[in-house]
Design a protein around this ligand. Sequence first.
Ligand code: ZN
Length: 181
Amino acid sequence: MAIRNILHDDDPLLLKKSRPVTEFNERLHTLLDDMRETLLQANGVGLAAPQVGVLRRVVLVVDTNRKDENGEELPPEEAMIELINPEIVAASGEQVGPEGCLSIPGVYGIVKRPDLVKVRAFDRYGKPFEAWGTGLTARAFCHEIDHLNGVLFTSLAEKILTPEELEEMYGGGDEEEEEEA
Ligand code: ZN
């Protein structure tokens, strides 16, 4: 496994549409393993393949709704979902809140998203499955799937937060509290 370089917003690859995965082979597994390590190191809630320069429809999302048998939040490495060729099949409700991106470090904007999102995708072996998320997980599903279509959150944001507003919202820019995908 290797940590891959995360592209930043001036990179034209981030504005391109990714192609579907057709072969669920070793190469895909290496990409997924590398993305997993890259996301853990970056401490984000999601990562899309185009963010590491691969224009394929592959994303990782940390499902913060997932709990262990005692109702405790799982560590990110256990809560991570791999989604190949993901599609949103249902969405409901609405949430309006701050959103960030590992490809646009330090920038946060207010983005409206559905509050509950159901996705259909394939796992790394080509087996179809469905997943759903609420709150931050729903936001991450939308954000990552947007990446596959070359859409960055800054183009959807109602407002980009100023450093002062950011500080107010996150209480002095505590890195732990900020969520980037
Ligand atoms: Zn992002």
